[in-house]
Design a protein around this ligand. Structure first.
Ligand SMILES: NC(=O)c1ccc[n+]([C@@H]2O[C@H](COP(=O)([O-])OP(=O)(O)OC[C@H]3O[C@@H](n4cnc5c(N)ncnc54)[C@H](O)[C@@H]3O)[C@@H](O)[C@H]2O)c1
Length: 382
């Protein structure tokens, strides 16, 4: 019989739903020694949080996160709130000895992130950050191919994350989902929200990033704030492009914007090595493009690998070959890996410490955009 792990989730928006779904599904598809129990969900509006608890099967509710993290019947705290609350909740949850899963980016900046790393490491509690794209089977396959040395020496890494939902000047800032436009809640714009995903994947696949040079732009300078009703300055970066050097000698180009008309969530990356190249596209997430120069020249070309066979990462837990899975499954994979790791006394990644590396790159990017200089990632605080 499986042991239970009582989950207390804070925030019930987009990620609250994605995570709740993962806790529900994980024991069906990845049965293991530990089974999560949806013990409590917390948000400020009592009526709405009651409704959410009923819909998703949480046993109880809280309207103050401090009460939730102090409850003796909660084993794991899951932070699904805007970025400005991550640090305070995580430090308090660690003080109460809870395991912590925290949404990305780890924090508002690397100084906060460092405090969070110190708190979980001092408390000795398992911790992980939801950089879920690592667990798209095609992306995990890319990791395997690189580790097997199939690409050889890597020369180039190229990533973009493009959206188009903030082009209207009428869109306000602040409040549910729109907190992303409010620098006081988000910390930064596309850098922390979208490029953080690209940077996490890049470091995971290609190793540490050492130096960056960046430019950012805020196209719409003032927006009405939902909470104050006043027109206020916009403090986030609407778009960011940066060049980077990796420790392994390869060069990178990263770009993100919410002003690329026609693109909803176009996250793509391409990696060029001396022997082979790989490319991936979130809009077609179950495929990995692969080009191998060692193929006989007459049949050499880009292959589109349909990542659904049972020998592909995670896929033996799902359907028969040829039937693909999607976005929500990345969260199920992440919970499954976390539960398996704690059952075996191992560490699941990315930990807070891993995510701090991404945070440092984000800080270096923003510093470079401000100063117009190349910035060494290690020179960033935290
Ligand atoms: N891994 C991913 O792909 C991914 C995708 C989207 C968002 N995120 C991250 O997830 C986090 C949440 O984003 P979202 O899109 O779910 O936002 P959202 O606006 O949909 O939900 C935020 C939730 O936090 C709650 N909240 C705000 N202040 C609170 C407080 N003081 N106490 C309790 N609850 C409070 C809100 O009521 C809401 O339920 C952010 O850190 C974001 O960067 C990650």
């Amino acid at each position: 019989m499986a042991r239970t792990l009582n989950v207390g989730m804070i925030g019930y928006g987009f990620m609250g739903r994605a995570h709740s779904n993962a806790y529900h599904q994980v024991a069906h598809f990845f049965p293991g020694e530990i089974r999560p129990v949806l013990k409590a969900v917390c948000a400020r509006d009592e009526q709405k949080v009651k409704q959410f608890a009923e819909t998703w099967g949480y046993e109880s509710i809280e309207t103050d996160w401090r009460r939730l993290v102090a409850r003796p019947d909660i084993d794991l705290v899951d932070i699904c709130t805007p970025n400005n609350l991550h640090k305070e909740i995580a430090v308090e949850a660690a003080r109460h000895g809870k395991m912590i899963l925290c949404e990305k980016p780890l924090a508002m900046n690397s100084a906060e992130g460092k405090e969070m790393v110190e708190a979980v490491e001092k408390a000795g509690v398992p911790n992980m950050v939801w950089y879920n794209y690592r667990r798209v089977p095609a992306v995990t396959l890319a990791k395997q191919l690189i580790e097997e040395g199939r690409l050889g020496k890597i020369f180039h890494y190229r990533a973009v994350f493009l959206q188009d939902w903030t082009i209207s000047a009428e869109l306000p800032q602040g409040g549910t989902a729109l907190w992303r436009l409010d620098v006081a809640a988000a910390g930064s714009g596309v850098t922390g929200d979208l490029l953080a995903h690209c940077i996490d994947t890049a470091i995971w696949l290609n190793g540490p990033i050492t130096r960056v040079t960046a430019m950012t732009e805020t196209f719409i300078k003032e927006r009405k704030h939902v909470l104050t009703g006043k027109v206020e300055k916009v403090g986030i970066d609407d778009a960011c492009a940066f060049l980077a050097r990796f420790a392994n000698g390869s060069l990178a180009v990263f770009e993100s914007t919410r002003y690329a008309r026609g693109h909803k969530a176009l996250y793509t990356f391409e990696i060029n090595g001396e022997k082979a190249s790989i490319a991936w596209d979130l809009h077609d997430l179950h495929r990995l493009s692969y080009f191998d120069h060692r193929d006989e020249s007459r049949v050499r070309g880009w292959r589109s690998i349909h990542v659904t066979d049972s020998d592909m990462p995670y896929m033996k837990h799902w359907w028969v070959p040829g039937l693909q899975i999607g976005y929500e499954h990345t969260f199920i994979h992440q919970v499954a890996d976390f539960l398996e790791a704690i059952a075996k006394g191992q560490v699941a990644h990315p930990t807070f410490r891993d995510a701090l590396e991404t945070q440092k790159v984000c800080d270096a990017v923003l510093k470079s955009a401000q100063t117009g200089q190349w910035v060494d990632v290690e020179s960033v605080d935290g």
